[in-house]
Design a protein around this ligand. Sequence first.
Ligand SMILES: *[C@@H]1O[C@H](CO)[C@@H](O)[C@H](O)[C@H]1NC(C)=O
Length: 337
Amino acid sequence: MLFLALLVKVTWILAAEGGHHWTYEGPHGQDHWPASYPECGSDAQSPIDIQTVSVTFDPELPALQPHGYDQPGTEPLDLLNNGHTVQLSLPPTLYLGGLAQKYVAAQLHLHWGQKGSPGGSEHQIDSETTAAELHIVHYDSESYDSLSNAAQRPQGLAVLGVLIEVGENENPAYEHILSHLHEIKHKDQKTSVPPFNVRGLLPQQLEQFFRYNGSLTTPPCYQSVLWTVFNQRAQISKGQLEKLQETLFATEEEPSEPLVQNHRAPQPLNQRTVFASFMQAGPLYTTGEMLGLGVGIVVGCLCLLLAIYFIARKIRKKRLGNRKSVVFTSARATTEA
Ligand SMILES: *[C@@H]1O[C@H](CO)[C@@H](O)[C@H](O)[C@H]1NC(C)=O
C-alpha cells in the first residue's frame, strides 16, 4: 500500500515536471536541458545579455502600465518553494496595460546567486549581472483561458524582468516575501502571505525598458514570452539578499541541498531585435575608452603633422635639387660656350 502511494507520488511529480528532473548544474544541468526539453535548445531563448549599443530605439513603444498592482485585494497570497525558486501566486486583478493584449498576472518568482559569489540575475545589461532578478509572469487572458494554455503559444505570456542590486536600505516591499521564507524552507512547502502593494517590487522608473521575444528561462523553455526588462534596478539590502541566498532548500528532506544559483546563463540573441523605449542617455563611452580615444586623436594628429613635415621637406629638397641641376646645366653650358 505504502509502495503504491509512493509510486503514485513519484508518477505525479514526474508528470508535474514534464517527466524529467532538472537542475542548474551537474548531470541534469542547463547544458543538458535540450536533451529532455528540446525547446531549450531552440533559437529564441531567454535570458539574454542586452548590449545597449545594439538595441533599436522604438519611439512608438507605449509606456507599460501595471494596473491593480497597488490594490492586491484582501485574499492572502500563496507563497511556494517549488524546489527551483520561491513563487508567489498573483490574482488576475493585476494586469498590464500598454501591450497589444490584456495580460493578467499569474505569479512572480525570483532568481539569485550564492553568498560570496557575484551574479544572480538572469538578464544582463552590457554584460553586467546583478545580485538577483524578479520575474512577474502574465498571460494573454483575451486569447487564452489559463496560464498553462497560454504558455506554449507565441506571445502567450508577458513577463516583467526587474534586475535587483544591493543598496543601502532595506526594501519594505521585498520584505513581504522574504520575511516568510523561513516558513517554506523545503521544497513543496507553502505558506500564505497577506496581500501587499506589488508595485513596490518594481523600480521607481518604468519608462525605460527593453522589449524582445524570448522564452521561459526554465524547462520546458517555451518560446512564448514577450519580455520587458526594466533599465532601472530595484534595490534590496545586503541582509535581505543573504536571507534569499541562505534560507531555502531545493529538496524535501535530508540530505538538504541549498536552493542557490538558480539562474540560467545568457542565451544567443541570434536573429532577434531588442527594442528600447528610450535613447541611451549618459556617456556613449566609458572613461577608459574616452582616454583611449583622446590619446589616439593626439597621436594621430602628431603622426599627420610629422608626415606633412617630412613630405614638405622632401618637396623642398627636390625643388632645391632641381634648381641646383639647372644651375649646374647652365654652368656647364657657359663653360662649353
Ligand atoms: C515578436 O514576434 C512577433 C511575431 O514574429 C512580431 O510581430 C513582433 O514584432 C515581435 N516583437 C518583438 C518585440 O520583437
